[in-house]
Design a protein around this ligand. Structure first.
Ligand code: ADP
Ligand code: MG
Length: 562
């Protein structure tokens, strides 16, 4: 307890960064995301100022550079954006960010680093999670600005001085701490950059790479092709204009597939996609892909990547996307999703709910459209998407209602029916004694070949219900469609009863004659009928039922009639 108390006092007075570091530890890699996105912000601000005329020099290549120096044990994040004046460093780094850090320290119990970083404006300070010292060297775009250097080792003491710097923009120089040397590995930085920064809107350079280009001298080889020479080029790690930000009309099917491969290299092509583009009542863009599920629900979750203004945030979109849509792949980008708050808050957030509903509707609309536009094509995809749709219909009533029009049932002859069509198809032959439709099904068309043939011979149709969700789905359909489902086995076939078929009693006529008066003596003969023929699979030797006339009388009374 003593140690804790001391810690608490220290937070306020001395060195808060070890505490930040400790509590954000699980996610330290995001320091790079924060610094690179600050650099991108600074570049885009300059672009905006140029558009409004506040900045009137020509903007040459805006670019962010991440420079690794293993010997010096530094990582530098460099931009040629707006830069900061000494006053701005004072304001944005010393005051605002610092107050955020202070507030954080007071609430450090919550360990969700992602949430903390944004909520407390700690973006820049996340540098201290991996650094023993951080230096900022910056030159503002403003006329006559002087370059400044700020330096801190993570204690609230910092130093600031004027320096020589001729290039506009900011260098953030991290002196990597002993326990964070993993970040001095090129491969590790590459990994982080491609995770978080792959689609940022300003070019990000990380080192160089070798490639082959046509020989500028134009010299040809023996086949008459221009010779290729090896050349070192800048290694740009991002695609500055990802497909989801473009207009669907400008994209071909090929473009969508290519983008999918960019997201998930070396995977099978998706089935189809949905391009999301909303600007009211919230902003959201994105592309969702239907993977080929093939009755396999295990591998696919958490494949939707969530971005905020092209910065990768998470691939855990629980609560944002309806659970069943988690089987989809792709990208959602929304500046309106409150990324910087805890998950429980996210669940209650009305924007998040709206987004979730919207995606739900969009997906159903798209499926319906595909069904209407080209049913044959839709049917050809059905086996791949049925698990997904069944999952949706089971878990979300709104989705059930939207899907009723296009959800398909497949029979053993590979014919597909909507629910309405199927009811129509079997209504003549497959009803039980209560006139209820009976859908026969099998889990495996191959295994039950003889039974299916038998059923078909009797004029019955057999559905194939082979998805992993089949039993739940059958239950759902029984309730919703008011039908019953029966597995196609020898027993059900015999008992699938047309309503006036009767099974003869096992009692002899003599026995029946003797027994009848005994039963009738005990019930009101006017109102009840005693029968020895069983009307169903129930094995009861005698049935006492209300006569049809009495039943109707009662019904009318209940309705308030005569
Ligand atoms: P946020 O990005 O959420 O505002 P940060 O802690 O990441 O919070 O950054 C604090 C502020 O410092 C920024 O808003 C910006 O004004 C300034 N800043 C940080 N990095 C840069 C940079 N590379 N160029 C110019 N200004 C910067
Ligand atoms: Mg920031």
């Amino acid at each position: 307890i003593k140690a804790m108390q001391q810690g608490t006092i220290n937070i306020q007075t001395e060195n808060i960064f070890p505490i930040i570091k400790k509590f954000l530890y699980s996610d330290t890699e995001i320091f790079l995301r924060e610094l690179v996105s600050n650099a991108v912000d600074a570049s885009q601000k300059l672009r905006t100022l140029s558009k409004t005329g506040e900045f009137n020099q020509e903007i040459k290549d805006l670019r962010v550079e991440v420079i690794l120096d293993k010997d010096a044990k530094t990582i530098t994040v460099r931009d040629n954006g707006i830069g900061m004046t000494a006053d701005e460093v004072e304001k944005y780094i010393n005051q605002i960010a610092f107050s955020g850090a202070k507030e954080f320290a007071e609430k450090y119990k919550d360990k969700d680093a992602n949430a903390m970083i944004g909520a407390f404006g700690l973006g820049f300070y996340s540098a201290f999670m991996v650094s023993e010292k951080v230096r900022i060297q910056t030159l503002s775009y403003q006329d006559g600005a002087k370059a400044v250097e700020w330096e801190s080792d993570g204690s609230p003491q910092f130093s600031m001085k004027e320096i020589e710097k001729n290039e506009r923009g900011t260098d953030i120089i991290l002196h990597i701490a002993e326990d964070s040397t993993e970040f001095l590995e090129e491969a590790r930085l590459n990994e982080i950059l491609s995770k978080y920064c792959k689609f940022l809107p300003i070019e990000i350079k990380f080192g160089t790479r070798k490639t082959f280009v046509e020989d500028p001298s134009g010299e040809k080889d023996e086949n008459g092709n221009v010779k290729k020479i090896e050349k070192e080029i800048d290694n740009i790690i991002n695609n500055t204009s990802p497909a989801w930000n473009k207009t669907p009309a400008d994209l071909t099917e090929e473009d969508y597939k290519n983008f999918y491969n960019e997201l998930y290299p070396f995977t099978e092509d998706p089935l189809f996609h949905i391009h999301l583009n909303v600007d009211y009542p919230f902003n959201l863009t994105g592309i969702l892909y239907f993977p080929r599920l093939k009755n396999n629900m295990e591998v696919q979750k958490n494949k939707i990547q969530l971005y905020s203004n092209q910065v990768f945030i998470t691939d855990n979109v629980e609560n944002i996307v309806p659970d069943f849509l988690n089987l989809l792949h792709g990208v959602i980008d929304s500046p309106d999703i409150p990324l910087n708050v805890s998950r429980s808050y996210l669940q209650a957030d009305s924007n998040v709910k709206k987004i979730s509903n919207h995606i739900n509707k969009k997906v159903a609309d798209k499926l319906n459209q595909m069904f209407k536009d080209d049913r044959e094509d839709f049917q050809s995809k059905w086996d791949d998407i049925e698990v997904f749709i069944q999952y949706g219909m089971l878990s979300d009533d709104k989705f059930y209602d939207r899907s009723e029009k296009f959800a398909l049932l497949k029979n053993t002859k590979d014919e597909y029916f909507t629910f309405e069509e199927y009811k129509e198809k079997i209504k003549a032959a497959q009803t039980d004694k209560n006139d209820k439709l009976v859908c026969l099904y099998t889990h495996s068309a191959d295994a039950h070949h003889a039974l299916i043939e038998n059923a078909n011979d009797r004029g019955y149709d057999v559905l194939v219900m082979d998805s992993p969700l089949a039993s739940h789905y059958i239950q759902k359909l029984e309730g919703k469609l008011n039908v019953s489902f029966a597995r196609v086995d020898a027993d059900t076939l015999d008992k699938l009863i047309q309503k006036d078929e009767e099974i003869p009693s096992k009692l002899s006529e003599k026995e029946q004659e003797n027994l009848k008066p005994i039963f009738e003596g005990n019930v009101n003969k006017e109102k009840y009928v005693v029968q020895f023929e069983s009307l169903s699979e129930t094995e009861k030797p005698v049935q006492i039922t209300q006569s049809e006339f009495m039943r109707r009388m009662k019904e009318q009374q209940a309705l308030g009639g005569g």
